[in-house]
Design a protein. Sequence first.
Length: 60
Amino acid sequence: MSKTYLEVTEVELLEKQATNLRDRLLVRLLFHLGCRISEALALTPDDIDLNQGTVTILHL
């Protein structure tokens, strides 16, 4: 089974179509971190370290 990936311009278009900050952030997480939707939705504030600039993704 072959995989199809979005181009950067397509992701940017998705971001522009997002109506709120939460949705724009979700698009960015999925694209830039390569996480699954379930992994992104399972994130908690404790998973984000602003001082280190890291996000810990738990693989579900």
